[in-house]
Design a protein around this ligand. Structure first.
Ligand code: ZN
Length: 363
């Protein structure tokens, strides 16, 4: 019987022959399907729905651009080295208390540990949240935990020589901080993968979601072994609003290893690509062994919660820019909420990448 590693190497070889991108995905995420979110005290339709991952998977597989593969279970310890282990266990336990179909929205956002003594589970969740837009359901822990396995399995395939791997993570992760959920995110899938690789080599994270990845910055801000570079809408007008400024460059050992490129509203592809080229120069200068792209399709002009002006075909040009760095790359899904455009945007993105292999990395 083949070991997981041997099976992964065998699969990696197969994709090379097929010239397709490995696409790590599963259906577990459908158990996390919040219908409403609270914004400024009012309820709205929740945009982070299961169809987001479904339409991307369907489009890439039907176009023969990607081969779907299932995630492999990885140990909790990898997540517990990135997030507060109490935070992970809290989410796991509180989700079991929620009845099927119900949604638990955090309330009374407070860092005071006394909140954890409350009889009201919404107040207890509020201790581990920085906003009300990441509600919990019975299946949220399983979905968020699976999203980490999807990113980590994607990393395994890059380690084994796949040049590009797409990790179809849902829920997304780049807003999740050390012990706080928010912005539709619970565990930081991209940072969990980056941390897992960090004992083996240098990792550059390139965040191309419309929103600043406050969680990814928070978790890597004092680290020199993980570079975080982000292109995002200026926090002066865009979520999360409290991070993403140019002067945030890291602290302590991490000083000089955090770079933010805030963008103006309604900017189109020409201007976007010149900022992306600068961001890629920062990545290449770091001389990483691995790049992890947090890819968000909410920079699309039709996205219902964002204000940039990119078209579906522009994602191919963005991917080509990333590809031109010539580095092994794990692409981790973050945002993107225009369901009618997600499939074609993802197809354009993957078409901009060169399938193939790089040398398997040492373990
Ligand atoms: Zn976003």
């Amino acid at each position: 019987m083949l070991s997981n590693r041997a099976m992964i190497s065998h699969e990696s070889l197969l994709w090379t022959l097929l010239l397709q991108i490995p696409l790590v995905c599963s259906d577990i995420h459908v158990a996390h399907a919040p219908r409403l979110q609270t914004v400024d005290g009012r309820e709205h339709q929740h945009p982070e729905v299961p169809d987001r991952a479904r339409v991307i998977e369907r489009a890439l597989v039907r176009a023969n651009l990607a081969t779907p593969i299932k995630p492999v279970v990885h140990a909790d310890v990898t997540i517990d080295e990135v997030h507060d282990p109490e935070y992970r266990r809290f989410i796991k336990n509180v989700c079991q208390e929620i009845s099927e179909g119900a949604c638990l929205t955090p309330r009374g956002i407070s860092l005071d540990p006394k909140a954890l003594q409350s009889k009201d589970p919404a107040i207890r969740v509020g201790h581990y949240a920085f906003g009300q837009d990441a509600p919990l359901m019975r299946g949220t822990y399983r979905a968020a935990r699976e999203a980490c396995d999807i990113a980590l399995t994607g990393l395994d395939h890059v380690r084994n020589g796949a040049r590009h791997v797409f990790a179809l993570c849902r829920p997304p992760g780049h807003h999740a901080e050390y012990a706080r959920m928010g912005g539709f995110c619970y565990f930081n899938n991209a940072v969990v993968a980056a941390h897992s690789f960090s004992s083996q080599g240098r990792v550059a994270m390139l965040d191309l979601d419309y929103h600043h990845g406050n969680g990814s910055q928070n978790l890597t801000y004092e680290r020199a072994d993980i570079l975080y570079v982000s292109l995002h809408a200026d926090p002066a007008f865009a979520y999360p609003g409290f991070s993403g400024w140019q002067e945030e460059v890291g602290v302590g050992a991490g000083e000089g290893y955090n770079a933010n490129f805030p963008l103006r509203a309604y900017l189109a592809i020409g201007e976007y690509l010149s900022s992306l080229e600068q961001a890629c120069e920062v990545v290449v200068a770091f001389d990483p062994d691995l790049v992890i792209v947090s890819i968000g399709f909410d920079t699309h002009t039709e996205d219902p919660i964002a204000q940039l002006s990119l078209d579906s075909c522009d994602f191919g040009r963005i991917a080509a820019c990333v590809d031109a760095m010539g580095l092994p790359t794990l692409h981790v899904l973050e945002g993107g909420y225009a369901l009618d455009y997600l499939g074609e945007s993802a197809m354009s993105y993957v078409q901009g990448l060169s399938p193939g292999t790089s040398s398997p990395m040492g373990h």
